[in-house]
Write a protein that binds this ligand. Structure first.
Ligand code: WTA
Length: 564
């Protein structure tokens, strides 16, 4: 199998990666924004109103929305008016600059209008993932001290309004007869009454824009805080990584409750003024392919799970749909197996470009660019202006092909500015200045390409589900012959990640193929099929640190055959 693919598009926006790295300066990107001249800052102005005032752009679609029951198109011009109306609704409810406004909705046009309106009043918006249940909703609203929440009557059942003293109002989205309880207002009625005119609240570049809660590896969720200055990073990554050009139509499949949906499904395409497509509802292969076909999507940003499902059902789709409009395809969120990249190259006539980043980094940090050769299996190279490295436990850089922590030198524009009301957890990311420590394990090859190898903490994603390695370890230790066990995720060409267990046996037992099988059988019978390790290897001892925790980095190195 070839292991380097030529650049997918030598005509890409970013043609010469090395040259761009040498001359890159964030100050130059800043000149693209109107605030550079006017001093008036608000991402909503740059993302919407600026295009609405531009006759060549005002009729482009800031939102092309469809789901099973609803189809809507909103131009930049219309979005200016609608977001002004919503900003007026917020003002009427007493929302001030810096107040927290939560959006807890399924994907729908109101979601996007609400996001833009929040930014216009200078509120800190927080998009919530639609599947969150009551406990999670309460925790987040409480932690942030949310003042207003936008939701649907159905989802409002998961919002414990009376237990949230800071929450003043709920705005209910939906038509028909909605029964309003005290504190609740109807989106439809309020929007109908509100004025189209609104004076945007001008902000400081460092003023907060949104909070996204991530579950964190342990303990309560962390409210990752981002600011208006993030826009500098969004614009240039959208141009150079998503390769967005004037006539593009982007579909980022992630919903705004996740960072990818917020940044590359809303703000980044809006800053570029391109057509932005959103499909609501759940994943369904046929419907999704039909959307690409009928809307002539040109740039598609999705996830390995989606691509893997497509690959498995390649034949049927190929016969059904014309996906030839796709010029550039990207992936994020989990390991993208090389097989999928090769398959895509045959199937779409363009490989998939993997990108790596996190809620905390705010923008794409490491990527495969359409103008650069791809090494399938690699997450690519750092974005120009970004310094990435692999460091050891003391924050010291390690040589190529050595496993360590993926770290980024502090100070890019979209870096999180804090963990809401939790300075201690924020500082934990910066225990080895000047590095931001990601908690992802990776290595770099001799050509400067990075390879993701899993999380350093105890969680792994297997077949899309989070599995706790400690849960598997405890289960394994329940087997009579097992003295100790250590579990890690191992990259797998087809399944992405599989469970790999290292086992130290009690005296009197010796390693054998039968024993491996017996252990698997034990796991299947007493625990769950989900937790059965695909690979089992015997070792004299499992490495444990002073605190007694399994040293996962060493297990990872064993699993990969790298130096430990
Ligand atoms: C994982 C998503 C493998 C990683 C933007 C990271 C990836 C976590 C990749 C962040 C990739 C992200 N290959 N794993 N290309 N990109 N991840 O905060 O473990 O939802 O730490 O942000 O996703 O997830 P988050």
């Amino acid at each position: 199998m070839e292991n380097v693919l030529p650049p997918a598009n030598p005509e890409a926006n970013l043609r010469d990666y090395s040259k761009a790295c040498q001359s890159f300066d964030w100050k130059e990107v800043e000149q693209e924004f109107s605030w550079h001249l006017t001093g008036k800052v608000n991402i909503a102005y740059e993302a919407i109103d600026r295009h609405a005032e531009d006759p060549t752009r005002c009729h482009r679609y800031c939102l092309i929305y469809e789901d099973e029951n609803r189809r809507e198109r909103i131009t930049y011009h219309q979005m200016r008016d609608l977001s002004n109306k919503f900003a007026n609704v917020l003002k009427k409810l007493g929302v001030e600059k810096g107040d927290r406004v939560f959006i807890f909705l399924p994907r729908c046009p109101e979601y996007y209008i609400a996001m833009a309106g929040c930014a216009k009043v200078g509120a800190i918006l927080s998009p919530l993932f639609e599947d969150l249940m009551e406990m999670a909703v309460r925790e987040r609203l409480r932690d942030s001290g949310a003042k207003v929440l936008v939701t649907t009557p159905k989802m409002a059942a998961r919002v414990p309004f009376t237990e949230l003293p800071d929450l003043r109002n709920i705005i209910l989205v939906g038509s028909g007869n909605i029964v309003l309880r005290p504190g609740e207002v109807s989106w439809e009625e309020e929007i109908a009454r509100a004025s189209y005119d609104f004076e945007i609240e001008w902000m400081d570049l460092e003023d907060p824009l949104y909070i996204i809660y991530t579950s964190g590896s342990t303990g309560k969720p962390k409210g990752v805080l981002h600011v208006h200055r993030d826009m500098v990073g969004y614009l240039i990554t959208a141009r150079w990584v998503l390769d967005l050009r004037d006539d593009d139509r982007l579909w980022t499949t992630s919903e705004p409750g996740w960072i990818t949906g917020t940044v590359y499904g809303v703000f980044a395409p809006w800053l570029c003024g391109v057509d932005n497509f959103v499909r609501g509802g759940r994943f369904g292969l046929e419907g999704w392919c039909r959307s690409i076909e009928s809307h002539r999507i040109t740039v598609w940003y999705s996830s390995p799970t989606v691509f893997m499902r497509m690959m498995e059902q390649e034949k049927e789709i190929a016969e059904q749909c014309d996906l030839s409009s796709l010029r550039h395809i990207l992936s994020v969120g989990g390991p993208l197996p090389p097989e999928v990249v090769f398959w895509a190259r045959r199937f779409f006539k363009t490989p998939i470009h993997d990108t790596w980043w996190m809620t905390e980094t705010g923008m794409i940090m490491i990527a495969n660019y359409p103008g650069m050769p791809i090494k399938p299996g690699s997450i690519g190279k750092p974005f120009p202006g970004i310094e990435a490295a692999i460091v050891d436990d003391h924050g010291k850089e390690v040589p190529p092909l050595t496993l360590g922590d993926l770290a980024i030198k502090k100070g890019w524009p979209a870096m999180m500015r804090g963990i809401w009301r939790d300075e201690k957890r924020y500082q934990e990311y910066f225990s080895h200045e000047p590095w931001y420590i990601s908690g992802d394990l990776a290595y770099m090859d001799d050509d400067g390409y990075f390879y993701f190898q899993g999380r350093e903490d105890y969680q792994i994603k297997v077949d899309g589900a989070m599995i706790s390695t400690t849960e598997v370890e405890e289960a394994l230790r329940g087997y009579p012959a097992v003295a100790d066990a250590g579990v890690v995720g191992q990259p797998d060409p087809i399944r992405g990640t599989v469970i790999m267990a290292f086992i130290a046996l009690k005296p009197g037992f010796s390693p054998s193929g039968e024993l491996q099988e017996e252990i698997r059988e034990f796991m299947r019978r007493y625990f769950s099929r989900r937790l059965v390790p695909k690979e089992i290897e015997f070792r004299p001892e499992i490495p444990r640190g002073e605190d007694g925790a399994v040293v996962r980095r060493v297990l990872k190195a064993w699993a990969l055959g790298l130096p430990d």
